[in-house]
Design a protein around this ligand. Structure first.
Ligand SMILES: CC(C)=CCC/C(C)=C(\C)COP(=O)(O)OP(=O)(O)O
Ligand SMILES: [Mg+2]
Length: 420
């Protein structure tokens, strides 16, 4: 199939929010033209509501008390054994406040039935299939709430098994970050070698008969490699070859970002703000939203994914989601030993701003990235209204929203600074 021609997004095209129910200050709302609204809205006839599982017209009201799971969707029964230990709580009410002034879109509470199923499945995988963590990390594993995260980010996944693809990769990616780079024994020293060898769990070594078995054995040598290897094996059962290659490319980007962060940490270098943003474009959530089509059970063709306009949309979305992390994890990172770079810290250091002013400027940077993402996504949707493109753009937008939801509500992990 050849890609339809479309021009690069133009700033003269009307911008649009891709979401109903966005809480945007009235002055900031730019109104899309009727034609563009129609494209962004997609089909609206009888029976099309199921295409927009995350769409809602009003911000959700937080539940007052835990509600029993309702069978609102019928997930495919999990084939995994039920975990012997307690999975993350699934039906607790959402907690946490959004950062004042942050531009975001609230999402409905993730389906508790699915959260429960993914929670059990991921715990069983972590404990029984990849021996991911020692017992005393269990609370932290549960507190991460990966099931709630993934169910919020992928409301269009056709089955729980599809959600499990995203959940395993998310856990594996965090295991590499924790064990190789950060909290759990990570260090910048020797990181390049560790990351490269772990990367071969995603992008296999092709070598001679003599050396192949030693490599294959190495993939079981530590938790990050076991997790990468297994999560990728599952992913390959569902992904097409080009979806798998897209994922490998995004993971190479991620690993390059980890290396730049580590190099700066080793020399205690604080980059300029734009340099930090460049590093964070690579040390980034990008590999997560870009699997939205695999998790959704369809494919954005490789030639459409590779279009510069699509690449720009993906990069802006990844950058917005990652600066969300910098903002919500700010106090956690300040409390950690040593200096941990994040956008407010770098702005304070390089632009001579006090902590509060730097933080508020970082919120504005995030908001600008979000608006640019939405404007470029709207322009691309208008220029290339191919169904897989429209669904992929919606999938990325929903991932952005689910990611904000998870950061806001993960009060086990994050808390806001006292700036307001
Ligand atoms: C899931 C995934 C691809 C993560 C890659 C990069 C990453 C770990 C983040 C974007 C999160 O940033 P950070 O390391 O600062 O995480 P915490 O603030 O510790 O939650
Ligand atoms: Mg962080």
């Amino acid at each position: 199939m050849s890609a339809p021609e479309f021009s690069p997004p133009s700033s003269t095209l009307p911008a649009a929010t891709a979401h109903a129910g966005a809480r945007v200050p009235a002055a900031e709302v730019r109104t899309p033209g009727a034609g563009l609204r129609q494209i962004l809205r997609g089909p609206s006839g009888l029976g099309t509501a199921g295409l927009y599982p995350a769409r809602h017209d009003k911000p959700p009201t937080p539940p007052k008390a835990p509600t029993p799971p309702t069978p609102s969707m019928a997930p495919t029964p999990l084939t995994h054994p039920t975990s012997p230990t307690r999975p993350e709580p699934s039906s607790a009410p959402a907690e946490g406040n959004p950062i004042p002034g942050i531009y975001h879109h609230p999402v409905p509470e993730p389906d508790p039935v699915r959260v429960d199923a993914v929670s059990r499945g991921i715990k069983a995988w972590a404990l029984e299939e990849v021996d991911l963590y020692p017992e005393d990390w269990e609370e932290e594993f549960d507190g991460f709430s990966v099931a709630r995260y993934m169910v919020a980010c992928h409301p269009d996944a056709p089955t729980v098994d599809h959600l499990m693809l995203a959940a395993r990769l998310m856990v594996a990616e965090n295991a590499v970050d924790d064990c190789y780079c950060e909290d759990h024994g990570g260090s910048p020293v020797g990181l390049g070698g560790r990351l490269l060898l772990a990367h071969t769990a995603l992008d296999p070594l092709h070598t001679t008969r003599e050396y192949q078995p030693r490599w294959a054995e190495s993939l079981h040598a530590d938790a990050p490699r076991r997790a990468y290897r297994s999560a990728m094996e599952y992913f390959l059962q569902q992904a097409s070859p080009s979806q798998a290659d897209r994922f490998r490319h995004d993971m190479s980007r991620l690993h390059m970002g980890y290396l730049a962060e580590a190099a700066w940490a080793q020399t205690d270098h604080v980059p300029e703000v734009w340099e930090y943003l460049a590093m964070r474009q690579f040390n980034n959530f990008r590999p997560c939203p870009t699997i939205t089509d695999t998790v959704g059970g369809y494919e954005l063709p490789a030639d459409l994914h590779a279009q510069p306009a699509m690449q720009r949309v993906i990069a802006l979305a990844g950058n917005a989601t990652t600066i969300v992390n910098d903002l919500y994890s700010y106090t956690k990172e300040l409390a950690a030993p040593g200096r941990h770079l994040n956008l407010p810290v770098v702005i304070a250091e390089r632009e001579g701003a006090d902590e509060r002013a730097a933080y508020l400027k970082a919120v504005e940077v995030h908001n600008d990235l979000m608006r640019d993402f939405e404007a470029e996504a709207a322009a691309l949707a208008a220029a290339c209204p191919v169904p897989s493109v429209l669904r992929f753009l919606r999938g990325v937008a929903v991932w952005v929203d689910g990611n904000h939801y998870w950061h806001q509500t993960n009060t086990y992990r994050y808390s806001l600074p006292d700036f307001w």
